[in-house]
Write a protein that binds this ligand. Sequence first.
Ligand code: HEC
Ligand code: HEC
Length: 99
Amino acid sequence: MVDTPTVQVLTGLTVPEFEAEMQLMTQALGVSCGSCHARGNFASDANPRKLAARRMLELTTTINRQFFPDYKPVADESRLGRVTCFTCHQGDTRPKTHP
Ligand code: HEC
Ligand code: HEC
């Protein structure tokens, strides 16, 4: 389990599940791990984009808990639920605002 004080939202996941969520976030935003993380220290909150991403994790888990509580992710889907980072971001750091 990944339950250190610096993991505040993605708690209760196995290590492989946690690593998969990091991979999915990377793909959803079209960035690399180093875009959010301070060099050589994943636990550090020094990078403001990591803090933005944690707020987004809160937003996403809140939406899923409130509106899609019965959704059960299968296989390699995100553990976050029906709505994921990709739902809005679609490969970009800034989601499109209009068609
Ligand atoms: C979009 C930003 C973002 C990207 C990209 C990202 N991470 Fe993270 N990472 C986070 C956030 C936010 C947390 C803290 C999650 C929480 O508080 O629940 C975190 C936590 C972690 C942790 C736990 C560190 C600790 O506190 O012990 C590890 C390890 C980690 N990430 C590795 C990776 C790896 C490897 C990649 C690339 C595959 C990656 N991350 C990509 C935002 C990101
Ligand atoms: C409901 C739609 C939605 C979801 C779901 C969502 N985001 Fe976002 N996110 C946004 C919007 C809108 C912005 C603001 C972008 C802007 O400033 O134009 C944003 C901004 C961000 C930023 C700041 C980008 C920057 O400019 O540096 C990060 C990082 C981010 N989101 C990560 C995530 C991650 C990680 C997830 C999944 C845990 C996620 N988002 C889920 C809508 C969403």
